[in-house]
Design a protein around this ligand. Structure first.
Ligand code: FAD
Ligand code: NAI
Length: 465
């Protein structure tokens, strides 16, 4: 057997790659991880999940103070926005967590190869002019922003920005146009709306949040409109021009019709992300991409090339940090000869707006395509804790197989939907029926009781409506 520098060399230190590297090292494999960024943690920790949540959380406090929600509970304050400090705590959160991964690499003896890696052959990569060999190479290079043809993003200038630029705006734009009513557009649009921007979301499709349950998408539109966002659904952007610090966005109905011009101080382009494979040298190992530019793998995350594996945003499936992490664990375990499995049917997704929007499993539309279903719904307005906390918006919906009662999907709009969806994912992982959830004792008063009551509504009647 050939001698290699490493048992495992992971390319990319995002949530997929760093988890794979740490688990491989924990399993006794000699491991390195190549990362081209200055800091570890990938998109998620540096410019994704973590900094966006730092701003979402802080802006929620600001809005609660400014918008009267605190005053309605007897807390009178006159808040003033200190954006520098708010941005400072965002940077601190990122620094703390990316530094934490560096500490974990040292603790687990994972070598960080600093630089962008390129394949020379299936077991040899070059990083920063140095050649390293490994018995197994894991591609975890993640994804980056999909550009909108004809629209130039300039994050430094801060007028037309992508998600990274939208995290770093130096002042609150008076008017902001968000192109794309998906997860990034709604999360970052919410941040700047709460801080004072007039936000218009331009979405090509007839509804926000493609891929989510139909009822959830409709309710989300109502809620965002009520919060003061202007939604232009079924609308396409035909051009963006920039003059100094101002942009003009030209839009027209997706099905054709009269054009309209929207003036903006900031334009966020958030129309999706695409896999990172440029410059990896995949041609050197004979690995081809599918039509969506992704690397295909089998159930064990092995590619067609022996010794080369792939995980995370660069392979098919939802582009989510927890999906990448679970694939990171599984691929390391498979390389070590154990059985690493990810159940791709049970991957929760959460939009961290307020209220949060979360789901796991099938939408009602997709479930009905497979066969007969029973659906139970329960409004948050009837949940004692949500009502007491002045959080009336949203509902829980449980979708079960009409014959077996097995839960096929759960959808929630609620202030803490992201936390609530965990129990639904666990129930589905264990093959629960709606009756199993309905007869599980839930603590009172919690938002989670709405999941129990929605499950009760599948076959019988909930108590509180
Ligand atoms: P990445 O995190 O993209 O990491 C890949 C790493 O590989 C990068 O650091 C890159 O520099 C490095 N790399 C690429 N090529 C090479 C090379 N040739 N050599 C060396 N290194 C290389 N997901 C959630 O689940 N929850 C959220 O709340 C959430 N919020 C988000 C908010 C925003 C604004 C964005 C943009 C994304 C968000 N996501 C969220 C998505 C999440 O960030 C990704 O799904 C996740 O980071 C994917 O992990 P990954 O390990 O596959 O890739
Ligand atoms: P997205 O796929 O969620 O949404 C993009 C939206 O843009 C879609 O609604 C699409 O119909 C629309 N669109 C596409 N082309 C358009 C055009 N030309 N004009 C107008 N609208 C157009 O992508 P987004 O928001 O950029 O996020 C990328 C990925 O990052 C997501 O897939 C998600 O997985 C991940 N992410 C996850 C988060 C979370 O888990 N909370 C937060 C942020 C990002």
């Amino acid at each position: 057997m050939a001698d290699y520098d490493y048992d495992v060399l992971v390319i990319g230190a995002g949530p997929g790659g760093y988890v794979a590297a740490i688990r491989a090292a924990q399993l006794g494999l000699k491991t390195a991880c190549a990362e081209g960024r200055e800091t570890l943690g990938g998109t998620c920790l540096n410019v994704g999940c973590i900094p966006s949540k730092a701003l979402l959380h802080a802006s929620e406090y600001f809005e609660a103070a400014k918008g009267g929600a605190m005053a309605s509970m007897g807390i009178k304050v006159s808040p003033e926005l200190d954006l520098d400090t708010m941005q400072g705590q965002r940077k601190d959160a990122v620094k703390g967590l990316t530094g934490g991964i560096e500490f974990l690499f040292k603790k687990n003896k994972v070598d960080w190869l600093k630089g962008y890696a390129q394949f020379k052959d299936a077991h040899t990569v070059e990083v920063n002019g140095e050649t390293k060999t490994a018995k197994n190479v894991v591609i975890a290079t993640g994804s980056s922003v999909t550009p909108l043809p004809g629209v130039e993003v300039d994050n430094a200038k801060g007028v037309v920005v992508d998600s990274t630029g939208a995290l770093e705006l130096a002042s609150v734009p008076k008017k902001m146009v968000v192109i794309g009513g998906g997860v990034i557009g709604l999360e970052l649009g919410s941040v700047w709306r709460r801080l004072g921007a007039e936000v218009t979301v331009v979405e090509f499709l007839d509804q926000l949040l493609p891929g989510m349950d139909g009822d959830v998408r409709k309710e989300a539109s109502k809620i965002f409109k009520k919060q003061g966002m202007t939604l232009k659904l079924g609308t396409k952007v035909t051009g963006v021009t920039v003059k100094g610090k101002k942009a003009t966005v030209t839009v027209e109905p997706a099905k054709g019709g009269d054009a309209e011009k929207l003036e903006a101080d900031a334009v966020l382009v958030s129309i999706g992300r695409r896999p990172n494979t440029d410059g990896l040298g995949l041609d050197k190992i004979g690995l081809e991409l599918n039509q969506r530019g992704q690397i295909e793998t089998d159930h064990d995350f092995a590619t067609k090339v022996e010794g080369v594996w792939a995980i995370g945003d660069v392979i098919p499936g939802p582009m989510l940090a927890h999906k990448a992490e679970d694939e990171g664990l599984a691929v390391a375990e498979n390389i070590a000869g154990l059985t690493g499995i990810v159940n791709h049917d049970v991957i929760p997704s959460v939009v961290y707006t307020q209220p949060e929007i979360a789901g796991v499993g099938l939408t009602e539309e997709a479930a009905k395509e497979r066969g007969a279903v029973k659906v139970g719904k329960f409004p948050m307005l009837a949940n004692s804790r949500a009502k007491t906390n002045h959080e009336p918006d949203g509902f829980v919906k449980v979708i079960a197989d009409a014959e077996t009662d097995r839960v096929l999907g759960v959808w929630c709009i609620a202030s803490v939907a992201g936390t609530m969806i965990g129990q639904a994912a666990q129930a589905m992982e264990f093959g629960a029926t709606s009756e199993d959830i309905a007869y599980t004792c839930h603590a009172h008063p919690t938002h989670s009781e709405a999941i129990k009551e929605a499950a009760m509504a599948v076959t019988g009647k909930p108590i509180h409506i």
